[in-house]
Ligand binder design. Structure first.
Ligand SMILES: Nc1ncnc2c1ncn2[C@@H]1O[C@H](COP(=O)(O)OP(=O)(O)O)[C@@H](O)[C@H]1O
Ligand SMILES: [Mg+2]
Length: 381
């Protein structure tokens, strides 16, 4: 065991109290740690699973100071804390992953620039600081392209698909600059890789995951991704390169596209547990949350050992919650709810994992249908 391993009983501070913090706190307590959550939201999902919760603003110096002084190490489930805030925390307590990692992933321009510097393939992009700079985008990228806010985007929010000059003209004066413009990737499928790295430099990847989105929100993840072994190895190699280059300590989700030509393009990185890694909770001996806590605590990082193939479905809004009773009744499905009191359309309320024997993931076209039918009420199935 490393000399810097966090001793049992120590307190891990987690910034953010959403479902990722909630599930990280469970993993931390399983390893004998206490958890202190800092949440800007009253009654956060992580309140149910953490010993201590502070409700306060992420930019309130007094709140951050008191929080940092009450914990032994700090990590995140929410990456949009200010650089001043990060600096203050780091002056008082070890912070993993480091502020630099968050700064890069918070800003799509810094993120794409960083990936480019590492020769990691990405979609063509240009910076669009203001309306004036928008006029040359179409000639550089061609239609269609996407405009995305540089910061604070999630679940497809803050994105605009531009198909032609008329759409662009109609929107130009209303857009929330600064933006990034990205060439639209006509992808064959989307993948993600969860990669963990500890302070001692140990690294581990979970099986490459295949992701299907609906309305910009992750709907279904399949593990392993239905891609050739060589492409999966390439995806893992990219994730490992990013983890090393950025100096990751913790876990990082790397989202990728498989282009129509079969090549990989990295879309974005998220230095925290990731929705597309939730299948690991039931299909691996060590899940993404435990791997994250182990990395932050500088414990050994074992092979996660995927004992089953898995399909994860997000339960989103009232429509998702309506499936709960069926999920509870069906054999072979594991339900995870986030304890959110308010159920709004588009809000992630929980997820379901379905397990399959290794190698028995349903075929290319049948997965979504078969999983969906498993979730249907018996009379409809
Ligand atoms: N350049 C692109 N070309 C095609 N589809 C894209 C592109 N960028 C994003 N998307 C689609 O939108 C989804 C959300 O975009 P992403 O950049 O991952 O933002 P978010 O932070 O909201 O997850 C992606 O998973 C993908 O389905
Ligand atoms: Mg994304």
């Amino acid at each position: 065991m490393s000399q810097t391993a966090l001793p049992t009983g120590a307190t891990i501070g987690i910034i953010g109290g959403g479902q990722l913090g909630r599930m990280s706190a469970v993993a931390a307590s399983r390893l004998g740690y206490q958890v202190h959550i800092l949440s800007a939201e009253i009654d956060p999902p992580a309140h149910d699973t953490a010993r201590h919760v502070t409700i306060g603003a992420y930019d309130d110096e007094a709140v951050l100071r008191q929080f940092a002084e009450s914990v032994d190490v700090i990590t995140f489930e929410f990456e949009n804390i200010s650089s001043d805030g990060l600096e203050l925390l780091a002056s008082l307590c070890p912070v993993h992953p480091a502020g630099r990692v968050l700064a890069i992933s918070q800003d799509r321009i810094l993120e794409k620039s960083f990936l480019g510097e590492q020769d990691i393939p990405v979609a063509p992009w240009v910076s669009v600081p203001d309306e004036v700079s928008l006029s040359s985008v179409a000639s550089e990228l061609g239609y269609p392209f996407l405009l995305k806010t540089t910061r604070f985007g999630y679940d497809g929010k803050g994105q605009f698909r531009i198909t032609d000059a008329e759409t662009l003209d109609a929107l130009a004066s209303t857009l929330p600059y600064p933006l990034i413009a990205e060439g639209f990737v006509d992808f064959e499928r989307e993948l993600s890789v969860m990669v963990a790295r500890s302070a001692s430099g140990a690294v581990r990847c979970f099986s490459v995951t295949e992701n299907q989105h609906r309305d910009g929100i992750l709907d279904i993840s399949l593990a392993p991704a239905r891609i050739p072994v060589a492409l999966a190895a390439e995806a893992e190699a990219l994730a490992l390169r990013i983890a090393e280059a950025i100096g990751l300590v913790g876990i990082l989700g790397v989202e990728m596209f498989v282009s129509a030509k079969g090549t990989l393009l990295v879309n974005e990185i998220a230095p925290r547990p990731h929705n597309s890694g939730h299948w690991t909770m039931d299909a691996c001996l060590i899940d993404q949350f435990e791997m994250h806590i182990r990395a932050v605590a500088d414990l050994p990082l074992p092979d996660p050992f995927r004992h089953s193939d898995a399909v994860m479905k997000n339960l989103i809004g009232p429509e998702g919650m309506a499936l709960c009773d069926t999920v509870l009744e069906q054999p072979g499905l594991a339900l995870h709810l986030y304890g959110k009191s308010e159920c709004r359309p588009g809000r992630k309320m929980g997820h379901v994992n379905a397990l399959f024997p290794l190698g028995a993931l349903p075929g290319p076209y049948g997965v979504a249908a078969r999983f969906d039918s498993a979730l249907k009420a018996p009379q409809e199935a």
